[in-house]
Design a binder for this molecule. Structure first.
Ligand code: FAD
Length: 226
């Protein structure tokens, strides 16, 4: 699995702070952007988002390349509708070499792993045979959820906040949680004020999951992400 922050809004924190201040000023955002420094921008963002005015951070966008993850992961990822996606095609890209993700729970059990590997080998053997006779778009029906893929995703900071709430939670599926944690680590580096406090609900207060709570806060663990 490889997660790369490819691109993001330049000066995101000053930009969002200038946009926020333009709501309460006679000056326009162009003038306010010239005037505001990073420190004041960080403070303005914390104040405004702390009040629940999250729309101002929609002005900042972040684009990631997520590579070598399973189709099981991307199926969950694309459920997030306030985002843009470009995914490697199984119609146009030949997948003749077996490439798949093995969940750790399977990898750590020799017997299960050998059964799993055998099924993967069979799936790809069948895929190769089918590919000789039918279009790739039909041969791919035999490929498993474990099949690896690459996807490019763009989200604005507000959607990322929401995504981190759901997907950095211990209740989220392990592979997507690993990707979400890595995305959080990378955006915190470039926009620390926008994403300070981002993560599952337990980072900010009591767990919102009620009876489904895992009972183990991620507060300390995510606070120390570098
Ligand atoms: C632990 C976990 C288990 C899950 N299990 C299942 C499952 O078993 N089956 C399943 O189908 N899905 C499951 N999901 C996926 C889940 O139901 C959501 O589809 C996914 O998390 C996307 O979240 P979302 O809809 O809140 O956010 P996004 O699509 O990212 O949208 C962000 C926010 O925008 C607003 N919004 C977006 N679109 C609309 C709209 N059309 N109308 C009104 N408001 C909108 C909402 O406030 C939404 O929260 C699971 C998710 C998690 C985290």
């Amino acid at each position: 699995m490889k997660v790369t922050l490819l691109s993001y809004t330049k000066d995101a924190e000053r930009l969002c702070a200038a946009a926020a201040r333009s709501c309460y000023s006679k000056k326009g955002a162009s003038k306010l952007l010239e005037e505001i420094d990073e420190e004041r921008a960080g403070k303005a963002i914390s104040d405004i988002t702390g009040m629940g005015h999250h729309s101002v951070i929609e002005h900042a966008s972040y684009t990631f390349s997520i590579e070598g993850v399973s189709r099981a992961l991307t199926h969950q990822l694309v459920r997030h509708r306030i985002a843009s996606f470009s995914q490697q095609s199984q119609r146009y890209v030949s997948l003749k070499e077996a490439a798949f993700v093995t969940p750790p729970s399977i990898a750590e059990d020799d017997e299960l792993k050998s059964e799993f590997d055998e099924m993967m080998a069979k799936a790809w053997e069948c895929y190769r045979k089918l590919s000789e006779k039918v279009p790739a778009e039909d041969a791919r029906y035999v490929l498993p959820n474990a099949c690896t893929t690459n996807i490019t995703v763009t989200m604005n900071a507000r959607e990322l906040w929401h995504f981190f709430c759901l997907r950095c939670c211990r209740r989220a599926q392990w592979e997507l949680r690993e990707v979400a944690d890595e995305m959080l680590r990378q955006v915190k580096r470039v926009s620390p004020s926008i994403f300070s406090g981002a993560g599952p609900g337990c980072v900010r207060g009591p767990c919102p999951e009620g009876k489904m709570t895992c009972g183990k806060s991620r507060r300390q663990e995510l606070k120390s992400l570098k």
